[in-house]
Design a protein around this ligand. Structure first.
Ligand code: 5GP
Ligand code: MG
Ligand code: MG
Length: 188
């Protein structure tokens, strides 16, 4: 595959540089996929991807999962087109699947303040799944203010804005093949 992998990129007038390479991401996702395959053998888990940011992560992760499973999606909004969380979560699309008594694995792109994940876990628990597992590609540990369940984190990252590999800035940058971090002004 010929991925889009520039060293630096300017999006909406802001500079970003590579932070996690394609190889680092794939290696880590493979580990998590294999781990989930062992843990959920014979459980037919249902992966629930949180749109839009998680779609590439979910697509790659699922191809390292070697057991029968299902997939569904929901959509939340907390950021709009801004670089800071709005502090409010909205449901933009609900799941179609009936998850009662099912083993549910939530797939999220990034946990920042933790508000979205807390909202989501509380909401899905109301459907009485057999189990609920949270997988996030990225976690801004220093930014997290809500008490939030996370079972698998692919990468812990500093409290800076990132994009690429599904994550956007004002809807741009999702097609980048790796993860980019904002260059702080001092670094320039
Ligand atoms: P939280 O509710 O944890 O504050 O924010 C979660 C959502 O905000 C994520 O699912 C993601 O959509 C967005 N978000 C948080 N930090 C970043 C970031 O650094 N880059 C991008 N592109 N989105 C982010
Ligand atoms: Mg998200
Ligand atoms: Mg976004």
């Amino acid at each position: 595959m010929n991925l889009y992998l520039p060293e630096k990129i300017n999006v909406q007038g802001e500079e970003f540089r590579v932070y996690l390479t394609q190889e680092e991401i794939q290696q880590r996702i493979k580990q998590i996929g294999q781990n989930l395959s062992q843990k959920f053998q014979d459980k037919r888990p249902i992966f629930i991807g949180v749109l839009n940011g998680s779609y590439i992560f979910l697509a790659d992760l699922m191809r390292y999962v070697s057991i029968p499973c299902e997939v569904d999606f929901l959509k939340l909004s907390s950021y709009g087109d801004e670089k800071v969380s709005s502090g409010e979560v909205r449901d933009l699309k609900q799941i179609d699947a009936d998850i009662k008594d099912r083993h549910v694995i939530i797939i999220e792109d990034i946990v920042d303040t933790g508000l979205s994940m807390k909202y989501l876990v509380d909401k899905l628990k109301q459907y009485k799944p057999a189990s609920l597992t949270v997988v996030t590609l990225l976690h801004k540990t220093e930014a997290t203010r809500y008490e939030v369940q996370i079972d698998y984190t692919a990468f812990k990252i500093p409290n800076l804005f990132v994009l690429g590999y599904g994550l956007d800035f004002a809807q741009e940058g999702r097609n980048l093949g790796q993860i980019y971090i904002q260059i702080e002004k001092e670094e320039e």
